[in-house]
Design a protein around this ligand. Structure first.
Ligand SMILES: Cc1cc2nc3c(=O)[nH]c(=O)nc-3n(C[C@H](O)[C@H](O)[C@H](O)COP(=O)(O)O)c2cc1C
Length: 195
């Protein structure tokens, strides 16, 4: 076998160990400015046809979390939730030390790169961002919900033409993540093509 010895490959071990950790299991600290930049740099290594960079990230931290909480509460009430439900959503907005909004900026009329390829890049960027956080000892989870389509929420995050994918909640895992849900086996997604 050429390439690195897989059993000694710490990067691969790290990739295989990442799993999402929900907001109730995230504590301080979250990634600092340098670590967030490293995560953005990792996101920028996603395969990107024609170098369109069809994504950007917006960091919500510190006092800005209170504004996010107000927005989430408004979206919850407009979706028909009662005061308790709105308060719960507001609390969720403030729970993670750092929240990173993920924006897709797609060029639907690009002559060379169809939109599905641009979405593939956005997904790669998100995954690299999560893996970089994991590599630095943080954990998190990508979250969305109907509120991504709420007009006030969209207005708060999106520039014209952008799509709000959701938010990555980030922090330090309160305990070592338990082995999560079982993943499908590699054989389920990997096969030879007979030609
Ligand atoms: C764009 C996007 C939005 C998501 N939104 C939610 C969500 O709102 N709620 C949720 O529980 N999981 C959501 N997920 C899934 C979780 O982020 C996570 O991937 C899933 O729970 C599987 O966990 P794993 O990453 O450990 O495999 C979303 C994933 C993606 C890619």
């Amino acid at each position: 076998m050429s390439g690195h010895d897989l059993t000694q490959n710490s990067v691969l071990a790290l990739l295989l160990a990442r799993q999402s950790v929900g907001i109730k299991h995230l504590t301080e600290p979250g990634p600092d400015a340098t670590q967030l930049r490293a995560m953005a740099d990792a996101a920028l290594r996603a395969p990107d046809h024609a170098g369109l960079v069809p994504f950007r990230f917006v960091v919500v931290q510190g006092a800005a979390r209170e504004r996010l909480a107000l927005l989430f509460a408004q979206a919850a009430r407009d979706a028909g939730k009662d005061d308790a439900g709105a308060a719960l959503d507001a609390e969720r907005a403030q729970r993670a030390p750092v929240t990173v909004a993920v924006l897709a900026r797609l060029d639907a009329g690009h002559p060379q790169v169809p939109v599905h390829e641009q979405w593939a890049c956005v997904g790669g960027a998100l995954t690299n961002l999560l893996n970089a956080a994991h590599a630095m000892g943080f954990a998190g989870k990508m979250l969305s919900g109907a509120k991504v389509r709420h007009p006030a929420v969209q207005q708060a995050f999106c520039r014209p033409g952008e799509t709000l994918l959701g938010w990555v909640a980030l922090g330090t895992p309160a305990k070592s993540p338990q082995r999560g849900h079982d993943k499908p086996r590699a054989a389920d997604v990997l096969s030879d093509w007979g030609g």
